[in-house]
Design a protein around this ligand. Structure first.
Ligand SMILES: Nc1nc2c(ncn2[C@@H]2O[C@H](COP(=O)(O)OP(=O)(O)OP(=O)(O)O)[C@@H](O)[C@H]2O)c(=O)[nH]1
Ligand SMILES: [Mg+2]
Length: 305
């Protein structure tokens, strides 16, 4: 599946939710203040976020109020505004040899799956990848990751269940250097007794990695479950307070009508969205591209009309 069709099919539910009621709202005669209020409410319910919903309807207020526009024309105004709201991430560059990426997020967000997908992608680009099993909480978690490492041909460092994640990360960095790896992907636990403990454990992982090199980790990517809508923003703020996040991965956009929350995440936080997950398969992680994303949200409806 090409990137674009992966995004398009992944965003199907969101597109339906965003556009399903639109016909009823804008289809009848001139666009009035009431039409725009209905639309705004609909967008907020579809988890686009209050700020993004305001911006989208404001764009219509400026360009469409009092006019009889087709649904297609309305969508095209919304699409342009949505595109203005989003930003493409800066190009991903290897900043070290190896380049170390710490992957964090709450339990079940999709960290381990994302690491598997990333390992496969980087390997297919000819990079030598090391995966570190930094979620030592459950034996099953280590095995899940090992299976992903095998599938992508990545190097793999693990310790016993219950061992110190910081030690795993440290050893993985040493092994990656010794084996000439280009990239280290460090998995982490999402579930610990409480949030403070989790932050403490992650801080220790970072601290210990820096004993190799003060530049480690070059990236800290936060994985967010796209089905959690607005809650994702609160999570990001909490993690960002403790860690300088350099990128966000939004997963499970295929399973949700709440993909519009990406607009809200992008609009309210200054952290680039790097990747989006649009399915469980290894090839269903795609680089975030604002134009493709916005077309995935609106394009079918535009071309079907
Ligand atoms: N549909 C869909 N499912 C996904 C996607 N990404 C991950 N998943 C599923 O989400 C579930 C949780 O994924 P994991 O990768 O285990 O999540 P995690 O963050 O590592 O979870 P913990 O290790 O428990 O903290 C799995 O069933 C994955 O297959 C995605 O983009 N789309
Ligand atoms: Mg995991």
């Amino acid at each position: 599946m090409g990137f674009f069709s992966a995004i398009k099919s992944g965003l199907q539910k969101t597109r339906d939710a965003l556009l399903g009621e639109l016909k009823g709202i804008v289809g009848a005669g001139k666009i009035t203040d009431e039409t725009l209020e209905d639309l705004e409410e609909h967008l907020i319910k579809a988890d686009v976020g209050v700020d993004a919903a305001f911006l989208l309807t404001d764009a219509l207020r400026e360009n469409a109020l009092g006019k009889s526009l087709t649904e297609k024309e309305v969508l095209s105004i919304m699409r342009d505004e949505a595109e203005r709201l989003l930003q493409d991430p800066p190009p991903f560059e290897l900043k070290g040899s190896p380049h170390v990426i710490l992957v964090i997020g709450v339990n079940g967000a999709g960290k381990t799956t994302t690491i598997g997908k990333l390992a496969s992608r980087f390997a297919s680009e000819g990079k030598k990848v090391m995966i570190a099993a930094g979620d030592t909480f459950r034996a099953a978690a280590i095995e899940q990751l090992e299976a992903w490492a095998e599938r992508s041909g990545a190097e793999f460092v693990r310790h016993q269940e219950g061992s110190d994640p910081a030690a795993v990360a440290f050893d993985a960095c040493a092994a990656a250097k010794a084996r000439g790896c280009d990239i280290v992907l460090v998995d982490t636990a999402g579930r610990l007794h409480n949030k403070d403990y989790l932050m403490e454990e992650l801080s220790k992982v970072v601290r210990v990695m820096r004993k190799h090199d003060a530049a480690y980790p070059h990236d800290i990517w936060l994985v967010l479950d796209g089905t959690t809508g607005q809650n994702a923003i609160n999570q990001t703020k909490i993690f960002h307070k403790s860690f300088p996040l350099t990128g966000i991965v939004v997963t499970k956009l295929d399973g949700t009508a709440r993909g519009g929350s990406v607009l809200s995440i992008a609009g309210s936080l200054r952290i680039p969205i790097r990747w989006i997950g649009v399915g469980e398969r290894i090839d269903q992680l795609v680089p975030f591209d604002k134009q493709e994303f916005v077309e995935g949200l609106f394009e079918n409806a535009l071309s079907d009309n």
